[in-house]
Design a protein around this ligand. Structure first.
Ligand code: 6A9
Length: 768
């Protein structure tokens, strides 16, 4: 019906930017408008590195190698496979400084940075890396530290080499940095005194891009070197030698890499200074005692600000638990990245995915190792925490996200921007579908920020808020008025026990067994109630018409309508509705052997033992709680009592570690979805939803109503369980995790995961 021209136009809109003026004025992230935030640890996917907030930034980074591992074990990008016992920022203020510990088989590395503002290009900074043996590690072990600087398609670098092998400094210039100089100081003892015998090597090479830096360095290593300190034992070791190009790399060189390798025995300390050419009144290098003093000053300020913001000492948390909370916040701040590139977008009208316009994104990330990139609904949760620490930072991140919007009002869910981000994603996950949503949690963050956000900021943002809201209303509408439906469920129902709903963020959480246009999804409806409320409040602050949003908010929180559409009497809870069978299973089916070949492994296929029909979906879990989670139920709602009972029942959602995602007595509890797909949102404890539950219980526990006591009691117990388990797992495993086992409390999935799991800080602070 659209016709060729209409189809072409619609398809073009999927990959064109929204016409409203950007929420972030041009240049707002740059060195002139925001000099204090120009440089930062904005490379969350590497263990230690910095860059500027510019599209093709010059980057700096660290790699290391324990020489006993003979050529293997070169550490650079955060990889779970490296098996580090722990790593993460312990203190990081998001602006000026950070302190990180990394534990790698007997080696403890502490990485610190401090910035010093001045000039017109983001000022100076210094690094300090302290290496010492720990546990089974021995002082005799030989360690190499590799400090590098690399360009990304613009800028020039000039090596300054001493004694033929020691890269003492790099001078350079780039579009946004002007002239600069990086100096690699000579190693000292751990306390900064004296000097330590070391061997020096350097590499000057060209890489196809930043995503190949590890390969360039690894392929340049040679084991022909001998470490021979005067009077000490000699030891063979590997060092960068000559680079002969990457096998099979036909790509043009884009990245100039200069790398300084220092090889030494532990313990030792190495410092690096970055000095900007436009800083005129420098009082001397930011190194040695001056650096120690600056670090101490920032640490003290951080401690004070942390206590002022979250009050954990006041609340009686012991020092170890406060350090845990500081680490959770700090790794979220230290995990912020600045990304630049183009998404790949598939619209239903396009035959092939098309590249989205070039965009930049300043965002936190869920996990530095496994998902070091932006995720839309994760970000709303991240900003709940960051808005407490630095509301201005939060507003900026939110503006970045809204500027990713296309002409239709859609914001892509997963942001894979630039070659480094792309290198971490398997091809089947790259394409973003322009009819697929993700929970609009940015409204959750905005709800908190609205009251204090400056009006000019809100005014710029508002047209985009409205467009986003309208996009959900028009593209995710359900079959009946005031109902909603996630688009983009898995299309091949035979392959899955229950076709996934990635759009909802709850991936494999059970929905109607047979996806259809007749579904109504409760969680999305509740998100839209929240969105309506935030739109109404924003409109009122700006003097824009708010009544349409208020009307929608009233309709979506109307108890009678909610009951009619979503109360499942047989479940005793709220539920989705759709074409659903209560009896599906996976059956092992032997594959047919081809002549002369061994029989293929049996595979799991779905069997449907009861014909599906339109009905409520019999799954009790996070989705059933949404009217409570988002506080749409009035405190005197008769439905509060059964929901609280389901939460508190150990047969259903209660565990000693938090609320599990799906009731233990639910048919798909802990069921695999395919032979390759273990249960994910089918039992595990997830911190983001537990946070919402605590927030709601806290509210219901303080409002007059028949459930007040019960809610307050649940609140205390749940808060205790969640905090105690996350802390215990952190102390035992060294990490915060993506989700937690409902049977043992053990951390599961990717780690470190200081995205929404870091909301534990707000739970400790009871700041909702
Ligand atoms: C897989 C594999 C190196 C899944 O935290 C991000 C998202 C959440 O938004 C979502 O709710 N995670 C949750 O169900 C992780 C998704 C990762 C998808 C990409 C690529 C990488 O292998």
């Amino acid at each position: 019906a659209l016709g060729q021209w209409g189809r072409w136009r619609a398809a073009a809109r999927a990959a064109s930017p929204h016409p409203a003026p950007p929420a972030l004025p041009p240049g707002a992230a740059g060195p002139r408008a925001a000099p204090r935030r120009f440089w930062g640890s904005y490379r969350p996917h590497v263990y230690f590195g910095m860059k500027t907030r510019s599209p093709r930034a010059v980057v700096t980074g660290l790699m290391w190698l324990q020489q006993r591992e003979a050529g293997g074990g070169l550490r650079h990008t955060c990889e779970q496979g490296d098996g580090l016992a722990s790593y993460g920022w312990l203190r990081h203020d998001g602006d000026n400084f950070g302190v990180q510990d990394l534990r790698d088989r007997g080696l403890l590395l502490r990485t610190e940075f401090v910035k010093r503002h001045g000039g017109e290009h983001g000022g100076d900074w210094s690094w300090r890396v302290t290496a010492r043996p720990e546990g089974a590690g021995s002082p005799a072990s030989l360690v190499s530290l590799f400090f590098y600087v690399a360009t990304d398609g613009q800028g020039t670098l000039q090596p300054h080499v001493e004694d033929r092998t020691r890269l003492a400094a790099v001078s350079g210039t780039s579009e946004e940095l002007g002239d600069f100089r990086i100096t690699f100081l000579r190693p000292t003892s751990e306390s900064g005194e004296g000097s330590t015998y070391s061997s020096y090597h350097y590499l000057d090479a060209w890489s196809p891009g930043l995503h190949r830096l590890t390969d360039v360095v690894r392929s340049s290593l040679s084991d022909r070197f001998v470490f021979s300190p005067p009077g000490g034992p000699r030891q063979r070791f590997v060092a960068v030698d000559t680079f002969h190009g990457l096998p099979g790399a036909a790509e043009a060189a884009r990245s100039h890499l200069l790398l300084h390798q220092v090889t030494l025995r532990l313990p030792a300390r190495v410092e690096v200074t970055f000095e900007s050419g436009s800083v005129r009144d420098r009082r001397g290098p930011l190194a040695g005692p001056a650096l120690t003093a600056e670090l101490a000053r920032h640490e003290a300020a951080f401690e004070r600000r942390f206590e002022e913001t979250f009050g954990l000492e006041r609340k009686g948390f012991p020092p170890a638990q406060r350090r845990f909370a500081q680490a959770a916040l700090s790794n979220m701040l230290g995990g912020m990245g600045y990304f630049h590139g183009r998404s790949l977008v598939q619209s239903p009208l396009h035959e092939h995915p098309v590249p989205y316009p070039e965009t930049s994104l300043f965002t936190a990330v869920p996990s530095r190792s496994f998902f070091p990139r932006g995720f839309l609904w994760d970000e709303g949760f991240h900003q709940l925490l960051l808005a407490r620490w630095d509301p201005e930072l939060s507003r900026e991140v939110i503006a970045h996200w809204f500027d990713l919007m296309n002409a239709e009002g859609w914001i892509p869910r997963e942001q894979i921007l630039g070659e480094e981000a792309l290198a971490k994603v398997p091809p089947e996950f790259v394409v973003q579908h322009s009819e697929t949503a993700n929970p609009p949690t940015l409204f959750l963050a905005l709800q908190q920020l609205l009251g204090t956000a400056p009006l000019p900021y809100l005014r710029r943002l508002f047209p985009r808020l409205r467009a986003w809201y309208e996009w959900y209303n028009s593209t995710q509408a359900g079959p009946l008025p005031y109902t909603f439906r996630w688009r983009g469920r898995d299309t091949d129902p035979e392959r899955f026990l229950n076709p996934k709903t990635l759009a909802s963020g709850l991936d494999d959480y059970p929905r109607a067994s047979h996806p259809s246009a007749d579904e109504r999804h409760l969680d999305l409806r509740c998100w839209m109630a929240l969105a309506s409320q935030v739109l109404a409040e924003a409109a009122e602050r700006l003097g824009e018409p708010a009544e349409p949003y208020r009307h929608m908010q009233r309709a979506l929180s109307d108890s009678e309508l909610l009951e009619r559409l979503h109360w499942a009497e047989e479940l005793g809870a709220f539920a989705d509705y759709g074409n659903h069978s209560r009896a599906v299973g996976l059956r092992r089916e032997a594959g047919r052997a081809a002549p002369g070949r061994p029989p293929p492994a049996p595979r799991l296929v779905r069997v449907v033992r009861e014909a599906p029909r339109p009905r409520f979906v019999g799954a009790l879990g996070y989705v059933s709680l949404f009217p409570l989670l988002l506080q749409l139920l009035p405190p005197d709602s008769p439905r509060l009592a059964p929901l609280l009972a389901a939460m508190r029942s150990e047969k259903q959602l209660w565990t000693p570690f938090g609320l599990r995602s799906l009731a233990r007595d639910s048919p798909l509890y802990m069921q695999r979805n395919t032979e390759h797909d273990p249960p994910y949102w089918r039992g595990s404890v997830w911190v983001n939803i537990n946070y919402l539950a605590l927030r709601a219980l806290h509210a219901y526990g303080s409002l007059p109503g028949p459930q007040r006591e019960q809610a307050a009691e649940l609140y205390r117990e749940l808060r205790h369980n969640l905090v105690a388990n996350l802390y215990r797992q952190y102390a035992e495993s060294g990490y915060l995790w993506e989700h937690y086992s409902d049977s043992s409390g053990a951390g599961q999935g990717s780690h470190p995961f200081t995205g929404w799991s870091a909301l534990v800080v707000l739970v400790m602070a009871e700041d909702y």
